[in-house]
Structure formats: C-alpha cells, structure tokens
Ligand binder design. Structure first.
Ligand code: NDP
Ligand code: MG
Length: 355
C-alpha cells in the first residue's frame, strides 16, 4: 500500500494493522514529524518516502525521499500498489484521492474532507471509508429497505461545559476529547460538531440520497444505527478504536478477535440525545447542508480558515461557527467540476481569513 499521513493518528493505527497482518508498505507519506517517520522507515522498509517540505529531506533516513504535493501525486501515479490509504488531514487530501482513483487504485479513505468537498466528482465505488460511523453503517446494511441512517456523536470536549464558558475555550481545551484520541483538527471539529456535519455529507456520498441524521451517544460505543422501513432498527456497537474500521478497509474481512468483546453488563445504560443548537450552533445548518451537499466545499473551506485563525489566537472558539455560518450564507457554490471545487475552496478560504 501507499500510506498518506503515516505519522498521524490514523496513519499510526494503519501501520499497526499493517504489522499485525504483514501487509506490504511500498510508500510512506508524512508531513513534518520526521522522528516518527524515521522509526516507521526502520520498521516497514518502504521503497519510497515523500514529505511535506524539501528543507527536511536531509533529516530522513532513506535513499529515495521527495517533497511536496506534486511529488505525492507523481508517486501515487507511478507506484505499483493497488491500495492508497489516505490519512492526510484537510483539503490537501483531495488531490491525492482524485489521483489514486484516476490511476485505478482503491482508496481506503480517512480523509473525509475529500468527500465533503468533492463527493459529486468522486467515484465512490473505488472508496472504502475509514470512519467508525460509516464502517458501522456499512456493517449494518442487509439489503432490506431503509428509512433512515443515523450516526452518533460523543459531544466532544465541551459537552458538559456551561454554555457561557465556551466563548473562552482555548485550543488546549478543545483537545480534551472524552472518548477518542485523534489528530488536532478533527478534535476541534468534534468540539464544534463540524465533524458530524462532515460525516452526514460523507454518508450521503457513500450511501446515496436518503434520510440521514445524528444523535449524541456519550459513551461512543454505538457508532451507527439503521432504521428500516419495516419498523426494525439495528445498531452497531464496538469499542472506540479505529483499528477495526482500518482492518476492514485494508483487508476486507476480519475473522479473528481484534478488539475486546462488548460486555453489555459492564457497559450499563446507553442514552441517546438530540444535538443542541445552543451548544453546537453549526447544527442549524444540518438540513440545508443535506439538501445542498455541493455546498460542502463552502463549509470545509470556511472551517479550515476559521480553524487556522482560532489556532493563531485571532478569533475565539465560538467565532469559528459564526464565520462558517456567514460564509455559508454568502457563497452559493455549485461547482460543476473538480476544477471549480478548487476555485470555490480558494475564494471562500481567502474570504474567511479576513472576515
Ligand atoms: P493527524 O493530524 O493526526 O494526521 C495527519 C497526517 O497528515 C500526519 O501524518 C501529517 O504529517 C500528514 N500531513 C499533513 N499535511 C501534510 C502535507 N502537506 N503533506 C504530507 N503529509 C501531510 O490527523 P488524523 O490522523 O486524526 O486524521 C486524518 C484524517 O482522518 C482527517 O481527515 C480526519 O478527519 C480523519 N479521521 C480521523 C479519525 C481519527 O480517529 N483520528 C477518525 C476518522 C476520520 P505530520 O504529522 O508528520 O506533519
Ligand atoms: Mg467518525
């Protein structure tokens, strides 16, 4: 496989699965955490390595290192691997996803932003998602008529904070996720609930038109539910560990114990609650976003710019949702091609940087 984003949270879990099942890693792609990358090179012996910046190449212990986004695309196009695991973060993941599909490869996709912004132009038959909720929905499909698909949210770092305290939340506060250990950006997206808007769009592109919704389940043990037309409902339960969806995405099946069994008695009560728009103002966009999924490019670009400004200390935590909502109202993006997705991304992103 080619692994994009090997030094990140999903990337490291993907390598744990590669080691467990003795899968071949042809290419490692990482950003700036060269110390972690060097340890991975020593363990997995990739043929090629690509990193973000040319100025770091001399630090990498490998004879074939290149740098930059063009090198990532070129490496995908010329590699022999039939599987690309895309665990990069943000809009930067779109071009590699498109290149991999165009090169006839299968994509194990953690980079949900690819689908959020470009879902209309992505051949999803070549994609297997690495996201616990979509894995759960896939696991539950049984060919019967579906009324609605539901995914769950933990509520993120501020689910129990007094509402008035959230305006002062810091970057460090956003990173205290109650149930999952993930990269910085998705942990912010969990606190704002943007992650769940993204996942509804991701589900829409993966599973087609239909009814989608999300609910809070605080223990992150139920990941997805399918509400069937006949009145039955089934739920997917598993411990909060990305190695399960990753193993399925990489191998297609898992026939031996991978995670500890679910213990219903130890689990205790499970509760489901609606997502409160006072705590998560972005949730007001849900219905509109699902009706106009092509506006995902606006949602994502505004979010990336707002997060950049929040991390820089320029705007507060609650300002992120405000900026995204203003941009969402202002830009009626209807991209007709992937090139137009790039153009809309740039326009919205630049606008929100100074909004
Ligand atoms: P991380 O921030 O932990 O990892 C991101 C990876 O991308 C790192 O390896 C980083 O390199 C690399 N990267 C970033 N920019 C570049 C670049 N320009 N060129 C090359 N490599 C780059 O994120 P996560 O692993 O948490 O998330 C990755 C994706 O998976 C996101 O889209 C997220 O939404 C999704 N996802 C994550 C889940 C999770 O449990 N973490 C669950 C479901 C989906 P470096 O660190 O070396 O700079
Ligand atoms: Mg998820």
């Amino acid at each position: 496989m080619i692994l994009l984003g090997s030094t990140g949270s999903i990337g490291q879990n993907a390598l744990a699965i590669a080691q467990r099942y003795d899968l071949n890693v042809e290419v490692l792609v990482a950003g700036t955490r060269i110390d972690i990358l060097n340890a991975q090179i020593a363990q997995f012996h990739p043929k090629q390595v690509v990193i973000a910046n040319a100025s770091d190449i001399h630090k990498v212990n490998h004879p074939h290192v290149r740098a930059g986004s063009a090198a990532i695309i070129d490496t995908i196009e010329h590699s022999g691997s039939s599987l690309v695991v895309n665990a990069m973060v943000g809009f930067a993941g779109l071009a590699p996803t498109m290149a991999a599909i165009n090169a006839g490869k299968k994509v194990a996709l953690a980079n949900k932003e690819s689908l959020v912004v470009g879902g209309a132009f992505v051949n999803t038959s070549r994609i297997v998602p690495i996201d616990s909720e979509h894995f759960g929905l896939w696991y539950l499909q049984n060919g019967r008529a579906i009324r609605r698909m539901i995914i769950t949210a933990s509520g993120g770092a501020f689910r129990d904070w007094p509402l008035e305290a959230m305006v002062n939340a810091t970057l460090a506060d956003t990173q205290k996720h109650p149930n999952w250990s993930m990269g910085q950006k998705i942990t912010i997206d969990s606190a704002t609930m943007m992650n769940k808007l993204f996942e509804l769009l991701e589900a829409r592109w993966l599973f087609g038109e239909g009814e989608y919704d999300a609910l809070i389940e605080r223990k992150s043990l139920v990941h997805a539910l399918v509400d069937f037309v006949d009145g039955s409902m089934t739920a997917h339960l598993a411990h909060a560990n990305m190695q399960l969806p990753i193993a399925y995405a990489l191998r297609g099946r898992v026939d031996e114990p991978l995670l500890p069994a679910m213990d219903l008695v130890a689990m205790g009560a499970l509760e489901f609650a609606p997502i409160d728009v006072a705590r998560y103002p972005l949730w007001e966009l849900k219905e509109d976003v699902l009706r106009h999924p092509h506006k995902g490019v606006v949602l994502n670009a505004a979010n990336e710019a707002a997060i950049k400004r929040f991390i820089a200390g320029e705007i507060g935590f609650m300002d992120m949702a405000n900026k995204v909502k203003i941009a969402y109202e202002r830009f009626d993006a209807r991209p007709r091609s992937i090139d137009e997705v790039y153009a809309w991304h740039e326009e919205v992103y630049q606008t929100v940087l100074t909004l």
